[in-house]
Write a protein that binds this ligand. Structure first.
Ligand SMILES: *Cc1c(COP(=O)(O)O)cnc(C)c1O
Length: 488
């Protein structure tokens, strides 16, 4: 069963099952759903699981959560990992230093780790909607990786419509093409004039617009969400941390390890935190930020402060986030609902909150954090490319954590969250050590020739595919556009 991070308001149910929590992810007082308790994994589980496939381990862990989804649906959801490069091992673990292993989470259809959760989650959500005969609208605002993964998983699914907004000019060409070439009839993709914040704010104002809500009611369409506030995504983000450790055990005996996470909305890190609580022997979760370092400030100082902060554009755009939603679930887990609500209310009213020194110590038992800038990312990309390993700019931030945050000489597993092909201009800037502006198509081709790496067909094909969504609209016109879309 699932309960609420900010306590119960007396209107919403106090405890809900998994399917309720994923269909209606907004809990009392704007809080989030969290599992009432986590299953425990003992030594025997890890010993027994070493030779199991990713799909087998996923199924076992989902069963331990005792969620109200039938076995057939789970099997079908998990079978979507067959769409990954290697269906036997969707998440290869690659050793790049004596003590550093990269957990490559980007081998799915849209080449970013969002597929790890969105592929099976999308299947389960649309299956539930279909069985209930209820239509749902998913609204998504994306800075580049969520949009393609959400559209891919829901394309042509019954009872689901998706309206996805991206900042025009704010994503890479590849990311934009991954969205606007989607041809599913149930999908709407809109460029908006503005940046990612504008896209997100537009989405928020839609959610509170009476005309919008009225029309949804008239059409009998409910709203759900596919960002990582939805626990249906988090549950699948626990598993690859566990599987990464299983893969490491095959290479050497390891009693404890550091788990390094390039973080934005903190969904990936939360998955690691839950895995640790379930018994995965993570010494500490090392959080890597870019110069939008609000998370590393929180973990180092106990203060989450939005005052005088502006979102800065970096070469790791998926981590350009100031409001990191999933931190709330950790605050709830550590300090309880009353305190969690207090902190979240402070954030809303005063735009900052401050943990007590005991609370900070408690947080630091599980987390350490550091940030790095674009220069570090470029140098790191170049350094490893010269050694024969290619990592994207988000993954590069984890090296700063690896180099500075390990207190003991234990091995580390770093999550690699995207393939280089999504950020080819930055990759080419890094290896050529220049600051020229390249378009994605040129950069992809130059980089792949220089480094002798292949471009997956799903990426190279994008440039010749038909564009299905051409609209770029002003913020004020979004509501009308989406209303026209849901009216069919
Ligand atoms: C989404 C994303 C992240 C951030 O993950 P969170 O779970 O939001 O912290 C990091 N890197 C890439 C490439 C992403 O797409």
């Amino acid at each position: 069963m699932f309960i609420e991070t900010r306590g119960n308001d007396g209107i919403k149910p106090k405890r809900v099952n998994f399917s309720f929590a994923i269909l209606n992810p907004s809990a009392s007082f704007g809080g989030l759903y969290v599992p009432e308790k986590l299953p425990k994994l003992d030594k025997e589980f890890f010993e027994k699981s070493q030779n199991k496939s990713y799909k087998e381990i996923t199924k076992e862990i989902l069963q331990k959560f005792e969620i109200d989804i039938d076995e057939k649906t789970i099997d079908e959801a998990i079978s979507l990992y067959d769409k990954f490069d290697d269906d036997k091992n969707p998440v290869p673990l690659c050793k790049i230093e004596e003590d550093l292993y990269i957990n490559e989470l980007y081998h799915g259809p849209t080449r970013a780790f969002k597929d790890m959760a969105l592929q099976p989650f999308g299947y389960i959500l649309s299956d539930l909607a279909k069985k209930q005969g209820q239509d749902y609208l998913i609204l998504a605002a994306t800075s580049g990786d969520t949009g393609p993964a959400v559209l891919d998983t829901f394309s042509n699914k019954d009872n689901i419509k998706v309206a996805c907004m991206y900042p025009d000019g704010g994503t890479s060409d590849v990311q934009r093409l991954q969205m606007v070439t989607q041809s599913g009839k149930n999908l709407q993709v809109l460029g908006i004039v503005g940046n990612f914040d504008d896209a997100q704010n537009t989405l928020k104002s839609l959610l509170s617009s009476p005309t919008f809500k009225n029309e949804l009611q008239k059409q009998n369409i409910k709203l759900s969400a596919a960002n990582s506030v939805n626990f249906g995504r988090i549950i699948f983000q626990i598993i690859y941390h566990i599987y990464g450790y299983m893969s490491l055990l095959k290479q050497k005996k390891v009693d404890e390890f550091y788990d390094i996470i390039p973080s934005g909305n903190f969904g990936n890190a939360l998955g690691a935190y839950y895995a640790k609580k379930m018994g995965l022997p993570i010494k500490k979760i090392l959080i890597a930020s870019n110069i939008n370092n609000i998370l590393s400030d929180l973990i180092n100082t106990g203060v989450y402060d939005l005052r005088d902060r502006k979102l800065l554009k970096t070469t790791s755009p998926a981590m350009d986030i100031l409001i990191s939603s999933n931190v709330e679930r950790v605050l709830y887990d550590k300090f309880g609902a009353i305190r969690c609500k207090e902190l979240m209310d402070d954030l809303k009213e005063k735009r900052y909150y401050k943990l007590t020194s005991d609370e900070l110590k408690n947080l630091q038992k599980d987390f350490a954090a550091i940030y790095s800038d674009d220069k570090f990312a470029k140098e790191t990309i170049k350094k490893y490319a010269d050694k024969g390993y290619i990592m994207d700019p988000h993954t590069a931030t984890t090296l700063c954590a690896y180099e500075n945050l390990r207190e003991e000489n234990l091995p580390a597993i770093a999550c690699s969250t995207a393939e280089w092909t999504k950020f080819a201009p930055t990759m080419l800037n890094a290896i050529k050590n220049d600051n020229l502006t390249y378009n994605d198509e040129t950069a992809l081709s130059e980089f792949s020739k220089a480094l002798h790496v292949e471009i997956p067909k799903s990426i190279s094909d994008l440039f010749s595919q038909k564009i299905s969504h051409k609209k770029v609209v002003e913020k004020k016109d979004i509501e009308e556009e989406i209303l026209n879309f849901i009216k069919g």
